[in-house]
Design a protein around this ligand. Structure first.
Ligand SMILES: Nc1ncnc2c1ncn2[C@@H]1O[C@H](COP(=O)(O)OP(=O)(O)OP(=O)(O)O)[C@@H](O)[C@H]1O
Length: 265
């Protein structure tokens, strides 16, 4: 796998309006090692894009940069364009930014509070106090996250008493309650059983009608089931970006072919 030419890339321009794009994104941990090298990608609106690649290839590093989660731990150079604004600029209000670009992590991480309070916590911090408005946002976000029917009669129950799959959908609902445009998900199903995973995948596919979704996954079947585009990462480089069907059936680069057919990684 060391014989691959990392200067050879194949990155297509997606069709349709672009929700988010990076230009020459570079991430350095500790100021020296380039864990992400000049990543230039465009994410089309209302689609799911999967980020795939072996462990340590830079998928999470890239994803975290998109809503400035790397600010305190790394140097991030290059542009991240969101609605004609470079959100990697120093003047950007990161708190405001994260309302537009929300993130869900690998391990479900609900607060030790009720289901209702998990969703209203950030809304209240954002100044929303009207009970009817809060109730409406709770219901809407739980419906969008396909959890409402399971919890509507027990909103005061502790979020920690939910199953792992339900907790993850609650975390998605919590993010959706802030009315974001873009959802970043870092291996959201890796801690879930197959039934919860299937439910989560169906939820994400429905959400793609209203949101732009970027998901890191190690699960090749999952990437091919749910995403329209796929980016292949290797040793901090984005080597190939194309329609998911092309990436899995007829990728351009030999290295992508070897990865998706299980020859390394
Ligand atoms: N906080 C950090 N400090 C220093 N180096 C880091 C940090 N986070 C990640 N790295 C390094 O950056 C590189 C890319 O890691 P990253 O976690 O982005 O890869 P990944 O593709 O998401 O891997 P995985 O699939 O295992 O989650 C690795 O060499 C990793 O050791």
């Amino acid at each position: 796998m060391d014989n691959y030419d990392l200067t050879k890339t194949h990155i297509v321009a997606p069709t349709g309006p672009i929700a988010l794009a990076t230009h020459d994104l570079e991430v350095l941990y500790g100021g020296r090692h380039r864990s992400m090298v000049d990543a230039s990608l465009q994410f089309p609106q209302n689609t799911i894009t999967a980020l795939i690649g072996a462990s340590g290839s830079g998928k999470s590093t890239y994803l975290r940069s998109l809503n400035r989660m790397n600010d305190r731990i790394a140097t991030v150079n290059g542009q991240i364009m969101y609605r004609d604004t470079d959100i990697n600029a120093a003047k950007i209000n990161v708190y405001e930014l994260r309302k537009h670009i929300g993130m869900v992590f690998q391990q479900p991480n609900p607060f030790a509070k009720s289901i209702y309070d998990n969703i209203t916590f950030a809304l209240k911090a954002d100044g929303i106090t009207d009970k009817a408005e809060l109730d409406q946002r709770v219901q809407r976000s739980l419906e969008e996250a396909a959890l409402w029917d399971e919890v509507k009669d027990s909103l005061n129950r502790s979020a920690l008493s939910l199953s792992g799959g339900q907790q993850q959908r609650l975390c998605i609902a919590r993010t959706l309650a802030m009315a974001p445009d873009i959802l970043l998900l870092d291996e959201p199903a890796s801690a879930l059983d197959p039934i919860s995973t299937a439910k989560l995948e169906m939820t994400l596919k429905n959400l793609a009608q209203s949101y732009t979704i970027i998901i890191v996954t190690h699960n090749m079947q999952q990437a091919s089931r749910i995403s329209e585009y796929t980016a292949f990462f290797h040793l901090g480089h984005v080597l190939e970006f194309d329609h998911t069907t092309t990436i899995f059936q007829k990728p351009t680069l030999e290295i992508t072919h070897d990865y998706v057919t299980g020859n390394f990684g």
